[in-house]
Ligand binder design. Structure first.
Ligand code: ADP
Ligand code: MG
Length: 245
């Protein structure tokens, strides 16, 4: 993979039976770049993100993450996944573990970080998401927004090279959305490489280095936020923005 890139996707196809969901997607993401993906429901955004860490197996095409060719069957996908932080719409915290343990589990089990060090690091990431006071709480005692911030801290604790977000605020009550977006904005400013699928156009406008418009299994248009939001070239982009802005 070319130096300076964290993610390179070449001609990615994904088919479910007769349904071709990804029709040849190309996307390169540079180190420290924040790419926001927008587009209608059903256009293949989640499938695309899931192909990046092989939660879905691409039908054809190539995906490189950091130095790994994840399309190569010899690549150790568990090792790659440890370097990719993923945050979903539904936070999926372990309900029977407290916040601290949710965060230390993967580093202690997968990376063999010792417990004391893992807890210290967990407190650091809880500080980043503004939740040090909730370290001992159980997930059920937290609001949706707080749970999502714990999920972000949990992903960060693996010290990933790249963070993938799939509509991280879509399931939240409106008053919770701002805190989660603020954490993501802070990560972006600290140089985290991020791909964010979002319906939060304000976030995309102010945080994205690049906005990608996904439609019908393809990237139909991409550019700076100004280019895509203020001067969309494709009719499909225009009509999508007319509906959501
Ligand atoms: P988006 O995230 O943009 O809303 P998705 O990637 O979730 O779009 O879905 C795109 C299309 O892929 C939809 O038609 C959906 O039904 C189909 N799809 C997604 N996952 C599966 C699956 N596991 N099996 C069959 N079809 C799927
Ligand atoms: Mg989706």
């Amino acid at each position: 993979m070319d130096k300076g890139y964290k993610v390179q996707v070449e001609d990615l196809h994904k088919r479910f039976g007769d349904n071709e969901v990804l029709k040849g997607v190309n996307l390169d993401v540079k180190n420290n770049e924040v790419v926001c993906m927008i587009g209608p429901s059903g256009s293949g955004k989640s499938t695309f993100l899931r192909c990046l860490n092989k939660l879905e197996d691409p039908t054809s095409g190539h995906v490189y993450i950091d130095s790994y060719d994840i399309s190569d069957p010899k690549t150790n996908i568990d090792e790659v996944r440890q370097n990719i932080g993923m945050v979903f719409q539904h936070f999926n915290l372990f309900p029977h573990l407290n916040v601290l343990r949710n965060i230390t589990l993967a580093p202690t089990q997968l990376k063999k970080v010792d417990e004391t060090k893992a807890e210290k690091q967990a407190m650091h990431y809880l500080d980043i998401v503004g939740l040090t006071k909730k370290a001992q709480a159980m997930p059920s005692q937290l609001s949706g927004g707080q749970q999502q911030r714990v999920a972000i801290a949990r992903a960060l604790a693996m010290q990933p090279d790249v963070m993938l977000f799939d509509e991280p605020t879509s399931a939240l009550d409106p008053e919770m959305v701002g805190d989660v977006l603020a954490v993501m904005k802070q990560l972006a400013q600290q140089g985290m490489t991020m791909i964010v699928v979002t319906h939060e156009m304000g976030f995309a406008k102010s945080v994205a280095d690049r906005v990608v418009f996904f439609h019908d299994g393809l990237i139909q248009e991409e550019g700076t936020p100004e280019e895509v939001f203020d001067h969309p070239k494709q009719p499909a982009t225009q009509s999508f923005l007319d509906k959501v802005l």
